[in-house]
Ligand binder design. Sequence first.
Ligand code: SF4
Length: 452
Amino acid sequence: MESPKIINFQSLTQGVGRFNFKDKTCLIPQMNWIGCHLLAAVFRGYGIKTRVMETCKGLDLGKEYTSGKECYPCQITTGDILYAMKEEKERLGQAFNAESYIYFMPEADGPCRFGMYNKYQRIILDRFPELQKLKIGALSTNDGYSLAGIIDDSRVRDLRKTSYFSLVVGDILDRLLWRIRPYESTAGAADAFIEKATHHMGDAFERFGPDKDFDGILRELDGVIHEGKGIVDPEIPPKPFIGIVGEIYLRTHVQANQDVIRVLERYGAEVVNASICEWANYTSYDRLREAKARLRLCLRQFRLGHMKEILREIAGYAGDFYYQKFRQKKTYKHIASLIDLPEDHDIGHLEAILKEKDLFSFEVGTEACLSISGIVSYAREGYNGVVNVYPFTCMPSTITSAIVKPIMNDLGVPYLDTPYDSSVQPGREAAIRTFMYQAEQHFKRHGRKRQM
Ligand code: SF4
C-alpha cells in the first residue's frame, strides 16, 4: 500500500452513508460465519455482487492503523477491510479501482463506540489515496437498519424480509451445531456437516430468496436438520446447559472469542449463544418504543402537527417488528417438530424482566439491555451456568457484569465474565474449567429443565 496521506474530514459525510449497490461489489465483514454467508447469498440473489471478507488475516494491519484505545471488533474489521483491499490490489494490479466496492459496515446509535467505527475507518481509509473512493455503506439502528436506497425501491421490502429470514435460518443452523456437536458420534462430523449445510442453505437463499419462496427454503432446512440429527450418538448422556450473552460481534466471531464455545464444550458443556435476531428484533422494538414515547409527549404538549408524522413512523416500525416476530415464531414452530432447539428470547419479555426489579432500562440502550435480562432469563429457564463474552473494556458488557454478579450469586447459578482482545489471557482456560466444574455441580443438583 502507498504511504499514508493527509486526512480529509469532508469524506465523513460523503464517503459514509447509504449508497446504491448497483454495479458495485459489496464487501461484508465476517462476524458469525454462518449468518454472514447466508446474508451474502441473499444479496447475490437480489443481484448485488457480494463477498464475505476473510477475517483476522489483516489483524496486524488493523492494529497498525488503530491507536489501541478502540474496541477489539474495530481493530479486527479495520484489518479485514485493509487486507481485502491489499489482496484485491495485488490481484488486479492496474485494473484495481476502489470505487467499484462498497464496504458494508452498519452502525448503532446510543452511548457506545459502535456508532463511530465507520467514521473512524473512513479516516483510516482516506490516508491511502487509492482507497479514498471506497465507499462505506452504513445502515443504522436509527431507522431499524432500513435497506432503502441500496437497490431499486420496488425490491427493498422483499430484500429486507429475505435478509431477516436468512438471520433466522442462520441462528437455527448455529443452534443446530451447538445442539449436535457435544453429542457427535465421530469427532469433527458436526463441523464438517455444518459447513456443507451452510453452503447448501446459501444456494437455497440465492435460488428461492428473490421470489420470497420461504417454504422452498424451509424444505431445504428440513433436510439439513434430518441429516444433522443423524450425527448424534444417542448413548451420550445430557450435559450441563450453558447460556452465552454479551457483545454481539465478540460472542459470535469464533476467532475473536478464541472459540469459547468449543472450549466450554471440551469441558463438558452444551451451549446456546444469544442469537443474531435478538439484536435485529431489539432495534425494531426500540424504534417502536421510542416513537410511542414521542407520540405521548406530543399529546401532552398539544403539538398535534407532529402527530401525523409520528403515527406514520409508528406504523412502519410496528410493521417491521411484528413481521419479524411472526416470521421468527413461525420458523421455530416449524422446526420444533423435527428437533428440540431453544427458542429465542422475546424482547418484550426481556424488557419486562428489567422492569420487575428496576435492574436497568431500555431508555439507556445498548446491549446491556439484552445481556442483563438474558442472563436472568437463562437462570430462570434452568440453565446450569451463564457466560458473558465481550471485548476488553466494552462499556455495556462491563455494566452488565457489575449488575448481574450479585443477582447470580443470589440465584446460585454459576456465572463467568470472559473479556477478549488479541492477547491470550493466561488463566482463561483454568477459569473456564472452574466455571464448568461449578456448572456440573449445579447440573447434578438441579438437572436441566429442557429435556433432550
Ligand atoms: S458494544 Fe462494546 S465493543 Fe461494541 S462499540 Fe460499544 S463499547 Fe465497543
